[in-house]
Every structure is written in C-alpha cells, then in structure tokens.
Design a protein around this ligand. Structure first.
Ligand code: AOS
Ligand code: ZN
Ligand code: ZN
Ligand code: ZN
Length: 424
C-alpha cells in the first residue's frame, strides 16, 4: 500500500488550528527558528529492515500480522513511515536476511518511495542453511582459520551487495566472545579479530566506511571480543581512517556515561554514528526515549556542540539509525514513536544556549550550567518538530494519521494475519 499526499494534507488541515497556536507560542521564544526548522527538516533517521516485524524473546514470539514477507514489502513499510514523517528516508539491510536478488529493481522501488540505502549489515552470529563452517564459537576471532575466512568472505560479499544498491557503509556487529572463564585467550582473540578486519578493510572501496559496533555482553555472557568503545576504537585506529566506532545505546554496562563517550569519540574523529534504542536493564532494544529521554537529550547536546565545533553537517556527517525490536507493539507505530523521540531530543539540543553554557562552565557556575541544559530539556518542542514535518509535507501527528487510515488493517488484508518477517 502507498499513502496518498491528499490523505496527509487533509489530515493536516483538520489539525492545523491547534497546531498553529502551539507553534506560534513556541516560535516566539526560539531565537533562530528558521535555522532550527531547517535542521529538523534535513535530519533523517535510517530504519533497520529487522525492526519492521514483531520481535520476540527466547520464550516466544507473538506475531502482529501484516508484517513484510520480503525485501520489497520491507521497503514498502519504510516508504509508509517516510511518507508519514518525512524523516525516515533510508533503510538498512541485513544480509542474508535481505538479499537483493535484482538490485536495479530494488533500487528503483526504493527510489519510488524516496528512500536510499543506509549501512549494509553482515551476519556472522547465525549459521545459515548449507554453510560450511559453524559460528558457534565465533566468527572473525575464531581459532580455526577456515571459519575466519568464511566470515571475511561473507563481509566482502555484503559490501558487493551494498555497492549495487548505492550504500557506502559496512556495519559490523560480532557476537564473538566467550561464556566461561578460561574459554578464550583474550589477546589472541583480539589479534585474530584485527587481522580478519584488516582483510575486510582492504576490500572496502575508497569512499566506503566500516562501522565497528561494540557490546558489553550477550549472547556471550563472560567476555565479548569487542566489548566496549575502547576496544572498538583500538581496532578502528589500527585499521585506518575508514574505520569508525558505532555506538548502540543499549550496549553499555549499567549507568555508563554515554554522552561522555560520544563527546570523546567525536573529538577524535572516530564516531561512526548510532544505533538508537532505549533500555532499563541491558540491550533491551525498547522504543527510543521510552525510558531515559534525558540521556538522549544529553547525547544530542554533545553532538550538536561537538559537530558545530568541528564544522560538521548534522544531517549527513554521522550515521543515524534505529536498532530496536518490538515484542508487543505494532512495529510501524513503534518506529514512528522512536523517530519522534530522536527529533525531540535533537530539537531540544538545538535550543541549548551554547554560549551561555560555556560561560557558566568557565566561571564554574554549576547551577547556571544545569539550568541552561534543563531549560532546553524542559521545553515542549513537539510543535517545533511537527512544524518541520508540516513544512516537509508530512503528517502533523504521524501515529494519529496511521491509526485513522487503519494502515495495519490494510497491511493484514494484503499480507495475511499470520506473517513472520524475514530476519530475527
Ligand atoms: C546486536 O545486539 C546489535 O545491536 C546489532 O546491531 C543488531 O541488533 C543486529 O545486527 C540485528 O540483528
Ligand atoms: Zn545495534
Ligand atoms: Zn544490540
Ligand atoms: Zn540494542
């Protein structure tokens, strides 16, 4: 299914009055409103193909119905999101879940929805049917050279698919690690990982990047071979300028100061970008902003300040992606909520009075520094984000429009009530 622009426009004209009042009230207080709106309109968040279906846990999975059954339908779903919010203009594929059998046709389909292809992801955490060697004991760090070779070749194949689709990033997450003390020689595992990555790196086109994700635990519960930002950064530094560290918000030990990690990686020119999600306990992959929106704001505050200091373009100079999984919600509604939460945090960060904050820091005025941040954070910027959407031809309230058009019912009619999206 595809959304007609007139659906969006007529919905917007119905909610126009309330919105205008709220927006004008807020606009009065924002010094550089045109700049903020323009930044918000440009900002795009990539949608991962694996977030479009209902996830599950090891205890079960409850299908939501109408889920995309193939790559074409996944592109269709992201197209719907993008039509609703005009901020979800790209899709991130996972190989082999999303092999593009006919790349030109897939590219053309994406273009019809005004979408491009974000990072391509490799998968060496699962064994695929017919695969020669198992990843049970790891992939790029494996003790057996033949397994490492298979994993390296898979990554190079993923890059080939990415080239066909016009992507320019290989995003790599390894589940390599160990479950019990004694299982692994840490130094050798790290060294083997580096050597494997060097081969992948050498096969990357010049204008490509390699994003190296880290994760403190899971599925291995004793050690992870790329466990934290330091280990990812060590690899990225040894590999070269195309290799960067990717921050998935759910991949830290409890209470880690993620905004500080982000600030330093950015300063070093080694921050790849983000996998946005939220969590209370571990890698919960909950809707962005559902648990700790203040942390998200603080991260964006570092990003805006750090990117401005380095003369970077917010919208394009880092990778912005959601990485979440929905067990009980309609995945599309959940993704709309996640994008909205990201936009809100970004808008709030754009409102921070950076000069006054720096002055407060210089004079060690702790109270004023805190007040400045909280002034921005406590501003209800939703009308601002909605105005940016309105200017881009998107819906003032995407979730409300999605519901009033009964999009999920239509998808169930088209695809069936018992669907399992390919992927996780
Ligand atoms: C896993 O925990 C990582 O967050 C990955 O980025 C991602 O979720 C995975 O590649 C999709 O299965
Ligand atoms: Zn991730
Ligand atoms: Zn994760
Ligand atoms: Zn996660």
């Amino acid at each position: 299914m595809k959304l007609d622009q007139h659906h969006i426009d007529s919905f917007n004209s119905d909610s126009h009055k309330d919105h205008d009042r709220a927006f004008l009230h807020l606009a009065d207080k924002v010094p550089d409103i045109q700049y903020v709106l323009q930044q918000l309109q440009e900002f795009q968040v990539a949608i991962p193909s694996w977030a479009l279906g209902t996830g599950g846990t090891r205890f079960g999975r409850f299908s939501g119905g109408g889920e995309p059954r193939n790559l074409e339908e996944k592109i269709g779903d992201v197209g719907l999101l993008h039509a609703l919010n005009r901020s979800s203009g790209s899709i991130s594929l996972h190989i082999p879940w999303d092999i593009p059998e006919n790349a030109p046709a897939i590219k053309a389909l994406a273009a019809q929805h005004d979408l491009r292809f974000d990072a391509v992801n490799s998968n060496t955490f699962q064994d695929q049917p017919g695969q020669a060697h198992s990843y049970k004991f790891g992939s790029l760090h494996h003790t057996d050279k033949a397994v490492r070779k298979q994993a390296i070749e898979h990554n190079i194949e993923v890059v080939k698919y990415g080239i066909e689709l016009g992507s320019d990033v290989l995003s790599l997450w390894l589940s390599d690690g160990s479950n019990f003390p004694g299982q692994l020689n840490f130094r050798q595992a790290f060294q083997r990982t580096l050597e494997s990555l060097q081969e992948i790196y050498a096969a990357l086109p010049d204008d490509w990047k390699l994003y190296i994700e880290y994760k403190c635990s899971e599925p291995n519960f004793y050690s992870t071979t790329i466990a934290d930002w330091g280990q990812s950064l060590m690899l990225a530094n040894k590999l070269g300028s195309k290799a960067l560290t990717l921050v998935d918000l759910g991949h830290h030990l409890p209470n880690a100061n993620i905004e500080q990690i982000v600030a330093l990686l950015l300063m070093e020119g080694k921050l790849a970008g983000f996998h946005f999600n939220d969590s209370k306990y571990g890698d919960d992959d909950l809707t962005v902003g559902s648990i700790n929106p203040y942390q998200l704001f603080l991260i964006f505050n570092e990003l805006v300040e750090g990117m401005d200091a380095r003369g970077m373009r917010h919208a394009t100079d880092l990778g912005w992606m959601i990485d979440a999984s929905h067990n009980v919600k309609d995945p599309l509604e959940d993704l709309l909520q996640s994008v909205e939460a990201i936009m809100i945090a970004y808008a709030q960060a754009l409102l921070v009075d950076a000069k006054a904050l720096e002055a407060a820091r210089q004079s060690n005025d702790v109270v004023t520094a805190q007040e400045i941040l909280q002034e921005a954070y406590r501003t209800d910027v939703r009308p601002l984000v909605a105005q940016a959407r309105l200017l881009s031809g998107a819906a003032i309230q995407p979730v409300k429009l999605y519901r009033s058009l009964k999009v999920r019912d239509q998808l169930i009619r088209e695809r069936g009530a018992k669907t399992v999206a390919t992927g996780l």
